[in-house]
Design a protein around this ligand. Structure first.
Ligand code: FEO
Ligand code: CA
Ligand code: CA
Ligand code: CA
Length: 600
């Protein structure tokens, strides 16, 4: 913020052109350096990264994972009320893996089974890394070797189930017959820092990790597309270890406590991790719903008011949700328990620019009436036979939202809240399957290849309100693509800002909006990128272009906005080290050569 206390959101840098180069491009006067690539040792015995792919599963459990995605920087002195910009905990998600890059040769199969250590390594390359980092007097960032905060959470870490689904019979497994625990978090796309200094990792495309070879599937799998084969065949590990065979969720002949038929019901949540407490057990917060969580964004908190957060479900025609806690927030006592009890709402965007938050609570008479009316009807592919209770509603959040009458969106990805106005922004990345007869005012493009960004203001600027007013901030696309308000083009894209498939979205602490892309990298867009936007004027400029084949996802700065961290996911070429035969996902540290504020 400036000395007046009002931050400028003007964009002071010169836009960079599109690029096909296998390197990161940033504006004149800026520098970019790769940091914490996949395989960097961060804990335990600090096993060195081996470019020949021969690191073991045990090594990977002590190294940075693959496919960096959402991340947050927690100032090291946060709990003491500080806001250090030179030391902190960088926490990041590892969404999925590149099996070919991960193994020396592989993935391999012997007599139809997979070597157990390959499976161990793949599971360990997923999850979350907590890395204690520090900047030296020369301005160079490094990890703090031996720090007790450094930690890996993987697809096998033990976790608690919290909220309404804790103890629910449809979460009973052999591992947890009382349905209070599970193992692992997977496909962690984006995230959200909580107002009390913890980190929520989202479970997005978790359905692909499970195989159900049974004759029929329960609705809580059908609505997510769980198949008869899993993405990586972990259930075929040759050791037969329980930690791996659990990904086969085919029902056995015994009871649910004898097998893993319910294992997939323990995924699809927001997972709370306390980076400042390395011994803490991650907590799956089920009151926020079970779906393809892209991430979460918390509204600013106020003493004595509920905690409010927003979460998108990134799949075609899925929804945007809002959770409002039952208990009020007080800074002195705030914690994850606030996320265990509350109301989950889903958004309806009306064509007149108004919007409504529709409750998914069986105690709400409107929702209860809709549930009653839907009984016996076909909802999507599911013949609806009612909900057992509120836990069942949350287990089947998508189905509940269908019944509530929410607006199917063009793949909601990240959300962000303008610190100056309180407006909520969401990226709608694309939706090639929307037909002419399925368009609505909030999703007005049939065969939406390039996406758009929607925003809304809650009634009375109260995030707990049940009504809002929305508009479209910008349509992505090629040169000349217009965003029109009241007959006037308020944005017309040109060479400085053509982009497609907005995904990552973040307001920095001064109020500049950062937009990251995960889309077509053909002409005219070329490599995926990050742009900055002035929310007041809708000026948009390309700030950063990633290396070949990557997606640019995950962005955060230090509190002073003088160090920016940006993640590069699934680069295709030999990046960041041209001499390394393997592509390595990595964080990029961007600074201004004059030490100034990024984007200003
Ligand atoms: Fe993992 Fe929706 O991006
Ligand atoms: Ca994403
Ligand atoms: Ca995406
Ligand atoms: Ca991705």
């Amino acid at each position: 913020a400036s000395s007046s206390g009002v931050a400028s959101t003007e964009l002071g840098f010169k836009a960079v052109p599109v690029s096909t180069e296998n390197r990161v491009v940033v504006p004149e006067g800026y520098s970019a350096v790769a940091f914490l690539p996949w395989g960097t040792p961060i804990t335990g015995a600090y096993p060195e990264y081996r470019p020949d792919g021969t690191n073991s599963g045990e090594d990977q459990e002590q190294q940075v994972g693959m496919h960096h995605d959402g991340m947050h920087f927690f100032p090291i002195d946060l709990k003491a009320g500080g806001n250090s910009s030179s030391e902190g905990l960088l926490v990041m998600n590892h969404e999925y893996i590149n099996q070919n890059a991960l193994h020396a040769t592989g993935p391999s199969y012997v007599n139809g089974l997979r070597p157990a250590d390959e499976v161990r390594k793949e599971i360990a390359a997923h999850g979350v890394s907590v890395v204690h980092i520090k900047r030296d007097s020369a301005g160079v960032w490094d990890l703090v070797h031996g720090s007790p905060f450094n930690r890996r959470i993987t697809g096998n870490t033990e976790m608690d189930i919290r909220g309404p689904l804790r103890g629910y019979h449809k979460l009973v497994t052999k591992f947890s017959p009382d349905a209070t625990e599970t193992r692992g978090t997977l496909n962690n796309c984006s995230m959200g820092p909580t107002p009390w200094g913890t980190y929520l990792a989202a479970e997005e495309n978790w359905h692909g990790y499970f195989a159900n070879k049974g004759a029929s599937q329960p609705r809580e799998q059908v609505r997510h597309g769980v198949g008869s084969e899993s993405r990586y065949d972990w259930e075929l590990a040759d050791s037969g270890a329980d930690a791996y065979v659990r990904f086969d969720i085919t029902p056995g002949s015994g009871s649910a406590a004898d097998d893993y038929r319910n294992e997939a019901n323990t995924y699809g949540f927001m997972v709370e991790i306390d980076p400042f407490n390395p011994q803490s057990k991650p907590q799956k917060r089920t009151a926020l719903g079970r779906f393809g969580h892209e991430g979460v964004i918390f509204a600013p908190v106020r003493e004595g008011e509920p905690v409010v957060c927003y979460s998108g479900d990134d799949s075609r025609f899925e929804y945007i949700y809002k959770f409002v806690s039952s208990q009020p927030y007080y800074a002195a006592t705030a914690g994850g328990y606030l996320l265990d009890e509350g109301t989950l709402y889903v958004a309806r965007f009306n064509d007149d620019g108004s919007g409504d938050w529709l409750s998914l609570d069986l105690e709400d008479p409107d929702f209860a009436a809709k549930v009653q009316a839907a009984m016996g009807t076909t909802v999507g592919d599911i013949v609806f036979e009612g909900f057992e209770n509120q836990a069942d509603v949350l287990l089947n959040t998508r189905l509940a939202a269908d019944i509530a009458g929410a607006t199917p969106m063009d793949r909601p990805e990240w959300g962000a809240i303008d610190p100056n106005t309180g407006e909520v922004y969401f990226t709608l990345t694309n939706n090639s399957q929307r037909t002419e007869d399925q368009v609505n005012a909030a999703n007005p493009v049939a065969n939406n290849q390039t996406g758009h960004i929607i925003r809304w203001q809650e009634a009375g600027n109260d995030h707990a309100a049940t009504g809002f007013q929305w508009d479209i901030f910008v349509f992505a696309g090629t040169q000349g693509t217009e965003t029109v308000v009241d007959g006037e083009a308020v944005v017309t894209l040109d060479d400085d800002n053509i982009f497609n498939s907005p995904d990552g979205l973040w307001f920095d602490y001064n109020g500049r909006l950062w937009i990251q892309t995960d889309g077509s990298d053909d002409a005219p867009y070329q490599n995926n990128m990050m742009l900055a936007a002035n929310p007041e004027t809708r000026e948009i400029k390309r700030f950063f272009v990633g290396p070949t084949g990557c997606e640019v996802t995950g962005v955060v700065s230090t509190p002073d906005v003088r160090t920016l961290f940006v993640n590069i996911q699934h680069p295709a070429g030999n990046w960041p080290d041209a001499s390394d035969p393997r592509p390595r996902d990595a964080t990029v540290i961007v600074t201004r050569d004059d030490g100034g504020i990024i984007g200003a």
